[in-house]
Design a protein around this ligand. Structure first.
Ligand SMILES: [Zn+2]
Ligand SMILES: [Zn+2]
Length: 348
């Protein structure tokens, strides 16, 4: 039986290559030859966990990586929209297709127990090949690189959906807290839309890096009061018309709310934190704020992201600071876990 190497998380921040059977696409699936497979912040939860990343039920290790892009190698008998040679990315969650959220185009919010993430509950992109259902696929035009496409499969689309939720328009003053890959992609879209972008990250290296990708002003004060004071200086005391929280911390959420100007729009995207305590009257009601939660994107939005990248000549791949082969992928996770700057990808 032909085999291929795939990266698994064995637990306690250890990753290693294991041999897997070369997958066969089912009737409604395609086999993708992986060309780029991104590392995403949410992978770190299973990477760091004692049990690693295993298939529910069987307990077998599964291939990690939920930002896959590549070339269609083979298609199942019932596949109609893709042929071998097509460039594609896969939306990283496979929903049931039938529940209300799936019908809305949000597999990420699928309510069925059959919901599976590629690189979560079934094999993902850190391997030579991956099978995906046809309905997960989004075509990649030649102007959009495989690395661009890999980032679209999760992080860049998450950023796009958050900017859309905030209805960013030219002239908006946008605060972004947390300048990891999602925060950087938010900056890319918002600056392209003609907004003034202020980024906050206590990591000075990250903040400096972000200035190359759409962040016009960076704030590195870790003390909330000092950061707020700096924001007031930068906005002539008016605050920001849009705040997008990408750090997943309660301090970031609090700063986003407190920095928002009257009638501001605030979007929480970053996962994490515990319990946020705010003075709702002061920071929400009196300021007439709109507060949204945004989780990943719809399938249609993911298609839109690819088109926006092509039409606007935007390239999230420019934020990639580390490209690793599959053989070096374990090293990539070590660097990522250590707080790397920018985006890391496994390429082949
Ligand atoms: Zn992700
Ligand atoms: Zn569903």
């Amino acid at each position: 039986m032909p085999t291929m190497p795939g990266l698994v998380f064995v637990g306690n921040s250890q990753a290693e290559l294991r041999e897997f059977a070369l997958p066969e696409p089912g009737p409604t699936e395609v086999l993708i030859r992986i060309r780029a497979s991104g590392l995403c912040g949410s992978d770190l939860h299973s990477y760091r966990s004692p049990g690693g990343l295993r298939e529910p039920g069987s307990g077998e290790f599964i291939v990690a990586g939920h930002e896959p892009a590549g070339v269609v190698e083979r298609v199942g008998a019932l596949v109609t929209s893709f042929v071998p040679g097509d460039r594609v990315l896969a939306y990283h969650i496979l929903g049931c297709g039938g529940c209300h959220n799936c019908r809305l185009g949000y597999p990420v919010s699928c309510t069925s127990p059959s919901k599976k993430a590629y690189g979560g509950q079934r094999n993902g992109g850190h391997a030579e090949f991956m099978t995906a259902e046809e309905r997960s696929l989004i075509a990649l035009p030649p102007q959009v690189s495989f690395i661009d496409g890999a980032t679209v499969a999760c992080g860049t689309s998450t950023a796009y959906a958050a900017s859309r939720r905030a209805a960013v328009v030219p002239g908006d003053r946008v605060l972004i807290t947390g300048l990891g890959p999602v925060g950087l992609a938010v900056a890319l879209f918002c600056s392209d839309l003609g907004a003034e972008v202020i980024g906050v990250d206590p990591n000075t290296e990250r903040a400096e890096f972000a200035k190359r990708y759409g962040v016009h002003q960076a704030i590195t004060e870790s003390d909330a009061g000092a950061a707020l004071e700096r924001l007031a200086e930068l906005t002539d005391g008016r605050g920001t018309s849009v705040s997008i929280e990408c750090s997943g911390t309660d301090s970031g959420r609090s700063l986003c709310l407190r920095a928002a100007s009257g009638w501001g729009r605030v979007v929480f995207v970053g996962f994490g934190g515990t319990a946020l305590t705010i003075n709702a009257a002061e920071v929400l009601i009196l300021k007439q704020l709109s507060l949204y939660g945004s989780w990943v994107s719809s399938l249609a939005q993911m298609e839109d992201v690819v088109e926006v990248l092509r039409a606007r000549d935007l390239h999230p791949d420019a934020m990639v600071t580390g490209q690793y082969t599959l053989e070096g992928a374990a090293e990539a996770y070590q660097a990522f876990d250590g707080g790397s700057i920018g985006k890391l990808v496994v390429v082949s």
